[in-house]
Design a protein around this ligand. Structure first.
Ligand SMILES: [Zn+2]
Length: 70
């Protein structure tokens, strides 16, 4: 499932950024990618299953990870 980031833009082009979760043994990896498919795709970080109380918190965490691409 791809989710549009509310305000991040691609560091390589004017496209907006999307993110998706990739399940790992301990939680999820957050992968950012460009909505214009310019080729930008990067793992922004990981979320530990034990770090969150509810699955919806994954989105808050993912949205905060855009700072490294600003
Ligand atoms: Zn791009």
């Amino acid at each position: 499932m791809l989710v549009e980031h509310p305000d991040a833009t691609c560091p390589a082009c004017p496209g907006t950024l999307l993110y998706r979760f990739s399940a790992t043994v301990n939680g999820w990896r957050v992968v950012f990618l460009c909505a214009r498919t310019c080729g930008f795709t990067e793992t922004a970080g990981t979320i530990d299953r034990s770090d969150i109380d509810h699955r919806d918190e994954r989105h808050e965490r993912a949205v905060e990870m855009d700072e490294q691409f600003a």
